[in-house]
Design a binder for this molecule. Structure first.
Ligand SMILES: Nc1ncnc2c1ncn2[C@@H]1O[C@H](COP(=O)(O)OP(=O)(O)OP(=O)(O)O)[C@@H](O)[C@H]1O
Length: 248
């Protein structure tokens, strides 16, 4: 995915200023920066989630496989299948575990038969590291799972429609350390199969899970590069101040 000269406004207030970035398709990219710097706002431009925010306006050019995702001909439902999203708070549908995962493939026509649908559900739950925990209770409600399991269910739901990119907006902030570690392991396991972009407040997490890091401050993309270099040898003073804990 590539973004060029992206600006986002909420009414008159500019939240993102001229951001350009190339997201590598076979890597995990972390967005870091102090609260309110625009990480989530920018993440949401990548699958047009800002369309659902009444006063938000996006300018610039964002492409997925060379296609302008803001073009009038772009089908937003298809786009959000290709660029899936996992939110801060796990948000399974109030339906069974099976239905949570089956819903997307069904509406996108990916499963011609019941057997195909069952295969997709099993594969997605396996990839999300949840199959062994839920295989005997697929008809239980998704909302009855633990928080960490719910978040892996949401990841399985995103995977089920065969996305190219998965956006994760602070996916562990509502989870305990054990559930967090499982999600981090999962991100490692999914790397290479999907491009993953994760917003995180937790710098250790960014360092653990990502290969590329983008540091945002006051709506600007201050620095973007190889994660180990950003954390050990940042080029910009503002990045250095943030990673050494001087603000944020
Ligand atoms: N719906 C909205 N209407 C108006 N302003 C908004 C809206 N959403 C976000 N903002 C503002 O845009 C700026 C960027 O917010 P955003 O949530 O993207 O930052 P963030 O870096 O993700 O913050 P955090 O780490 O606290 O989640 C902030 O000043 C915020 O107040």
């Amino acid at each position: 995915m590539s973004a060029r000269d992206v600006n986002v406004f909420y009414g008159d207030k500019q939240a993102i200023k001229d951001v350009s970035i190339e997201v590598d398709m076979d890597r995990v990219t972390a967005f870091i920066g102090p609260s309110g710097c625009g990480k989530s706002t920018f993440l949401r431009t990548l699958n047009r989630m800002n369309d659902t925010v009444g006063n938000a306006r996006v300018t610039g050019d964002i492409r997925l496989d060379g296609e302008d995702i803001y073009d009038k001909s772009m089908d937003v439902v298809q786009l959000r299948a290709r660029v899936g999203m996992v939110f801060q708070k796990p948000n399974p549908f109030p339906k069974s575990i099976f239905e949570n995962v089956a819903y997307g493939p069904r509406i996108h026509g990916l499963a011609p038969s019941r057997a195909d649908l069952e295969a997709i559900v099993e594969r997605s739950l396996r990839r999300a590291g949840l199959w062994d925990e839920v295989k005997d209770r697929l008809s239980d409600s998704g909302t009855a799972l633990s928080g960490g399991q719910q978040q892996r269910l949401c990841i399985a739901r995103a995977i089920a429609v065969d996305p190219e990119v998965i956006l994760m907006d602070e996916p562990c902030s509502a989870l305990d350390p054990i559930a967090t570690a499982k999600i981090e392991e999962l991100i490692h396991a999914l790397r290479g199969r999907y491009a993953i972009v994760i917003v995180t407040h937790n710098m250790q997490q960014a360092a653990r899970v990502s290969q590329r890091t983008a540091f945002f401050h006051l709506g600007n993309l201050v620095e973007y590069g190889v994660t180990s270099e950003i954390f050990t040898n940042p080029r910009q003073e503002r990045t250095k101040d943030y990673i050494t804990g001087r603000y944020g």
